[in-house]
Design a protein around this ligand. Structure first.
Ligand code: C2E
Ligand code: MG
Ligand code: MG
Length: 740
């Protein structure tokens, strides 16, 4: 027990003793005093009553009253209470006993007297006595009870509080031990700091008052070394930055929590501050490094692109939005450069996805080298990258950046053991001119990128309002295109294809037309590309194929000489998994003889996935139809693949035919194509022959068939049927059938 508990014990004993003794003494004393007073009063009253009674007797018989002993005795015997022992006497002037009740009293006794008068003169006295013994016995009993009560009170007042105090002390010391062991063993570091003030009561410094073992580990120093150290010197000064907040919080009695980084050991702590007493504050350091790290990892996963490690779309939008807020405030400008790799799909399809990924990675590394650290290069997905650049106000700077990006991307990449070339098309949108929000800017940059693609690729275009208008028109067109199929607004025209030798019609190409209710007759050049982009080309192409097959069957049933009908198939349509099934379904649905059907595919759509293409072509061929490569010479053909493709015909693009007579290079190309086709066993069609000279020329070069305005324009069904009926069927059959 310590000194304070001892002094509490002493005081408690004293107080309890005083109260107990007071109770033990005062209660019987009080009882006796009150009872005695009551007794005296009662004796006085009795004495007075008796004196008056006797005075009446005296007045009645002044001479002889003394001798009426019997009568006086009777008077003396009258009692107000039965059972109370009293002795009564009448005494003369010289205290001689005149008459006396016989009751003997147990000493000690108490007596009271009252004078008896005769004509106002006292002549005798009445004396009433009682024994004090019963009162003393009762007082004794009360005293015993009082002592017992006092003792009880003493016990209650002294022992119980002391026990409580002792228990409190015991549990206090127990909890102190508990808290101390907790303090010593807890994994969180705990430090106690003392706030030091100068003579003006201003905050001067804070020093370490205590630290627990966990805190020793955090600080990298023992308790003894830490005690008394300036708080500014520990944790690389991380705590001192929060000191004003700490002081403010403890002055209003609230706790405070914040995070700090202990840079030299690269750890993060959550710090809770509270004040156990004035000018002291405790800090609890919870190590949150792991959490921070996993948060960082999650952030990295959520905000960066897996392949390149660049910021992803989400982070890009975040940065762009932040940059827009800042630029709005500082009236600064921002440029968004949208980059799309040219011909990436071909690389991916021909060399495989691993090589495609490798290319993207290498491109991203090159792009990264052109971008300043303050700017953002992000990968939006696929082969699309975007650069967010703060814009110094001179378009030249951005043009310079765009050119730099183009230059960096174009040199060869060494992938899968060979050199690969690629380029990018870049669209640039500027804030605030082109858009004020992230979505608009990106959309504008995207449109500008498309314009760069259309402009020949490997170049950059700045966004213009014209592009915006074009985009709106495209959107409107797409909406209308969607409805056109339902409204049955499409129809086919048929352009005859003639034999080069005699000009007889050997085949025809079905060409789609759109009769729009407002725009009138719309040509495929205006909507096929949008159909491809939107995917609408798939149902549209199916409609064309079905209609063409139905017509061909119908015509054949009407007795038309058997001629081939060529149907254009778009790359997207051809790439559909179920393309062959669709063709087969249409063939059986219409009942057309597949030998009379030709599918025209461009080089590019055939090359998109060359291996798969061969398989698809073989399956198509199994159905009995033949394949023509359309617009030959404009796309990217690999002769190696061409050799493997089960195709029947090449259709030389009309761009070579236009100047075939006047331009020796074009003529050379046409001759080369025909020679190559000859070697591969392919037939050649010249397309876009508009003059007799061109017709002669291509015929002389060795073309087998000719298509062009010089012979026939695309014709309506009626015109076409009227035209072919004039042609003797024998010519058609002999020219065309050997090819099947
Ligand atoms: P294409 O398959 O090369 O079709 C030949 C195009 O050349 C047709 O244009 C035809 O009218 C045009 N043409 C034929 N002879 C001459 C000529 O002597 N001079 C000139 N200047 N042009 C000539 P059209 O009908 O406007 O079709 C353009 C392109 O649209 C087609 O080129 C084809 O790629 C595409 N197309 C047409 N119909 C369809 C279709 O049903 N499906 C798909 N996917 N594409 C189609
Ligand atoms: Mg065609
Ligand atoms: Mg063509």
């Amino acid at each position: 027990m310590n000194s304070s508990s001892r002094s509490i014990s002493r005081v408690t004993t004293l107080i309890a003793g005083v109260i107990a003794v007071s109770l033990a003494v005062l209660i019987p004393a009080g009882y006796f005093a009150i009872s005695y007073q009551y007794l005296i009063g009662s004796l006085d009253a009795q004495a007075e009553i008796n004196a008056r009674t006797v005075t009446v007797r005296v007045a009645a018989n002044p001479e002889m009253w003394r001798f009426e002993e019997h009568r006086l005795m009777e008077l003396m015997e009258q009692r107000p209470w039965e059972g109370v022992q009293e002795k009564r006497r009448i005494l003369g002037q010289r205290d001689e006993v005149i008459v006396e009740s016989l009751n003997p009293l147990r000493p000690p006794t108490v007596s009271r007297r009252q004078d008896i008068y005769d004509a106002g003169v006292p002549i005798a006295k009445v004396e009433v006595s009682r024994s004090l013994f019963p009162l003393l016995v009762k007082t004794g009993v009360v005293a015993v009870v009082a002592v017992l009560t006092g003792a009880l009170v003493f016990v209650v007042l002294r022992i119980l509080p002391l026990r409580a105090v002792r228990q409190a002390y015991q549990s206090l010391s127990e909890s102190e031990v508990k808290y101390r062991s907790l303090y010593e063993s807890m994994k969180e570091g705990m430090a106690l700091f003392r706030i030091n003030r100068d003579e003006h009561e201003n905050l001067a410094s804070f020093t370490v008052a205590d630290i627990n073992p966990a805190c020793e580990v955090i600080l990298g120093m023992g308790r003894d070394a830490a005690l008394g150290r300036d708080g500014a010197d520990i944790l690389d000064g991380a705590l001192v930055r929060h000191l004003p907040d700490i002081v403010k919080a403890i002055s209003v009695g609230v706790s405070l929590t914040f995070e700090i980084q202990f840079t030299s050991v690269n750890r993060f702590f959550n710090v809770s501050v509270f004040s156990p007493e004035k000018e002291l504050f405790a800090t609890l350091f919870d190590d949150i490094t792991e959490r921070k790290w996993s948060e960082g990892q999650i952030q990295k996963l959520a905000y960066s692109d897996n392949l390149t490690g660049l910021p992803n779309r989400t982070l890009f939008f975040d940065r762009l939005n932040q940059a827009l807020v800042q630029a709005g405030r500082n009236s600064a400008q921002i440029a968004v450069l949208f980059l799309d790799l040219d011909g990436f799909k071909v690389v991916n399809d021909t060399l495989g996805h691993a090589s495609g990924d490798d290319l993207l990675l290498q491109v991203s590394q090159r792009l990264q080298r052109c971008v300043r650290s303050s700017d953002t290069l992000a990968r939006l997905g696929g082969d699309e990258f975007v650069v967010l650049a703060s814009y110094a106000g001179k378009e030249l700077n951005i043009a310079h950046l765009a050119q730099n990006l183009l230059d960096k991307v174009s040199p060869a990449y060494f992938i899968a053991g060979r050199d690969i070339y690629t380029s990018v098309s870049i669209g640039v949108a500027i804030f605030p001119e082109d858009g004020r929000d992230a979505e608009t800017l990106l959309r504008c940059a995207d449109m500008a990128m498309y314009s760069a693609k259309e402009g020949g690729r490997n170049c950059y275009h700045f966004f213009s309002q014209g592009m915006n208008r074009k985009a709106h028109e495209r959107m409107e067109l797409e909406t209308n295109l969607r409805l056109a199929l339902e409204r049955d607004e499409f129809f086919l025209e048929y352009q005859p294809i003639v034999a080069a030798g005699d000009g007889s019609i050997v085949a025809a190409e079905a060409l789609i037309r759109w009769q729009h209710p407002d725009w009138g007759r719309t040509m495929p050049g205006d909507f096929i590309a949008i159909g491809e982009d939107s995917g609408l080309i798939v149902p549209l192409g199916e409609w064309v194929l079905r209609t063409a097959c139905r017509k061909l069957k119908e015509w054949q049933q009407q007795g038309l000489a058997p001629l081939r009908l060529a149907v254009n198939v778009s790359g997207r349509q051809f790439a559909q998994r179920d393309f062959v099934d669709t063709v087969q379904k249409i063939l059986s649905e219409t009942g057309v003889d597949a030998r009379f059907l030709e599918l025209e595919l461009t080089e590019t759509s055939l090359m998109e996935s060359a291996d798969a293409t061969v398989k698809t072509l073989l399956r198509l061929r199994e159905l009995g139809l033949s394949i023509v490569i359309d617009d030959f010479g404009t796309g990217y053909s690999s002769l190696g693949y061409l050799k493997n493709f089960p195709i029947e015909r090449l259709k030389i693009d009309r761009s070579f035919i236009a100047d075939v007579c006047s331009n020796p290079s074009d003529r050379a190309i046409v001759e080369a194509i025909i020679a190559m086709a000859g070697k591969l066993g392919l037939r050649v069609v010249a397309e876009g022959v508009e003059t007799a000279e061109q017709a002669d020329c291509v015929h002389n070069c060795g073309c087998h068939e000719i298509q062009g305005y010089f012979f026939y324009r695309p014709l309506s069904e009626e015109q076409f049927l009227a035209t072919v009926r004039f042609v003797p069927p024998s010519l058609v059959v002999t020219e065309s059938l050997p090819l099947f």
